[in-house]
Design a binder for this molecule. Structure first.
Ligand SMILES: Nc1ncnc2c1ncn2[C@@H]1O[C@H](COP(=O)(O)OP(=O)(O)OP(=O)(O)O)[C@@H](O)[C@H]1O
Length: 249
C-alpha cells in the first residue's frame, strides 16, 4: 500500500491554557475527501492550521507527504475570511498562484475557473467590488488553481446562498477525488458533511478528539448523494448524534 498523503499519529495541541486537541490519529489518502464535523470550540480550525503548517507540532506526529508540513507548501488553505489581494484584479488574484506557467495559459486557466464559479463577468473587477459570497468564490478559485495535492477548507461556503453553495460544492467535488486532489473540509453543516465526505470525523470537545469516524453508506457524492432517499434518514441520525455531542461537551 502506498504511504498516505496526510498522516496524524497521537496529535495533540495546547495554545498555552490547557489541551485543545488530544490523541488524534487519522490518515488521508491521495484524492480522499475528509470532512471534520464537530461542535463549536472542539478545535477544528486549530487542526486545519496544524495541517497547514501554521502552528508548531508540539505533541504527536503530523506528516504531509512524509514530511512535517511547511506553511505555503503542499497544501492550499482557505479560511472563511481568506485574504484576497485588493490591489489586484479578480483574475489576477487567481493568475498569481499559477506563477511559472506561460502567461496565456495562466489567463486561460484563471478565466475558466472563475467562469465555473460564477465570476466570469467579474474578471476585471477589483476584489473590493465583490459581495461576501463572491469573495468566497474567488478564494475557492484561487485555491483550486494551486498545484497542490491537498486542499484545506475551513467553512468555505458559510456565507453563500443555498444555490451558490451547491454549485461551489459540485465544483470542488469535480476538482478532487480519486484521480485528483484530496481535501480536508471543516464544517458545522451536517448536510454538507454527509454530501461531500468519503469519510466524516465526528469530533467532541474539551479537549478536541475524535469521537467516531463515519463512512456514509450512500450512493454517489454531492447532489447525486443528496437525491438518494436514504440521505434524509442518515442526515437526521447524524444531526441527532451531533446534538448529543454538543450537549455533553
Ligand atoms: N490562538 C489561540 N490562542 C489561544 N486559544 C486559542 C487560539 N485559537 C483557538 N483557541 C482556543 O482553542 C479552542 C479551539 O478553537 P478552534 O477555533 O480550533 O475551534 P473550532 O472547532 O474551529 O471552533 P468553531 O467551530 O467555533 O470555529 C477554543 O477554545 C479557542 O478559544
Amino acid at each position: 500500500m502506498s504511504a498516505p498523503l496526510l498522516s496524524l499519529r497521537g496529535l495533540g495541541h495546547d495554545h498555552g491554557d490547557g489541551p485543545v486537541l488530544t490523541d488524534l490519529t487519522v490518515e488521508v489518502g491521495a484524492g480522499e475527501r475528509l470532512v471534520i464535523l464537530g461542535p463549536s470550540g472542539c478545535g477544528k480550525t486549530t487542526l486545519l492550521r496544524l495541517m497547514a503548517g501554521l502552528l508548531p507540532i508540539c505533541e504527536g506526529q503530523l506528516l504531509l507527504d512524509g514530511r512535517p508540513p511547511v506553511a505555503g507548501r503542499g497544501a492550499a488553505l482557505i479560511f472563511q475570511n481568506t485574504r484576497l489581494l485588493p490591489w489586484r484584479r479578480v483574475r489576477e488574484n487567481v493568475e498569481l498562484v499559477l506563477a511559472g506557467r506561460p502567461k496565456a495559459e495562466r489567463r486561460e486557466r484563471a478565466a475558466d475557473l472563475l467562469q465555473r464559479l460564477g465570476l466570469g463577468a467579474r474578471l476585471e473587477d477589483w476584489p473590493g467590488a465583490l459581495s461576501g459570497g463572491q469573495k468566497q468564490r474567488l478564494a475557492l478559485a484561487r485555491a483550486l488553481a494551486m498545484d497542490v495535492p491537498l486542499l484545506l477548507l475551513d467553512e468555505p461556503f458559510a456565507n453563500l446562498d443555498p444555490l451558490a453553495r451547491e454549485q461551489m460544492q459540485e465544483e470542488l467535488l469535480r476538482q478532487t477525488g480519486v484521480e485528483g486532489r484530496a481535501f480536508v473540509l471543516v464544517t458545522h453543516s451536517v448536510d454538507e458533511a454527509l454530501a461531500l465526505g468519503d469519510r466524516i470525523l465526528l469530533m467532541q470537545p474539551r479537549p478536541g478528539r475524535i469521537l467516531r469516524e463515519v463512512t456514509p453508506d450512500l450512493p454517489g457524492i454531492g447532489m447525486e448523494r443528496r437525491r438518494a432517499p436514504r440521505f434524509y434518514t442518515a442526515l437526521a441520525e447524524l444531526s441527532d448524534e451531533l446534538r448529543e455531542v454538543a450537549r455533553e461537551g
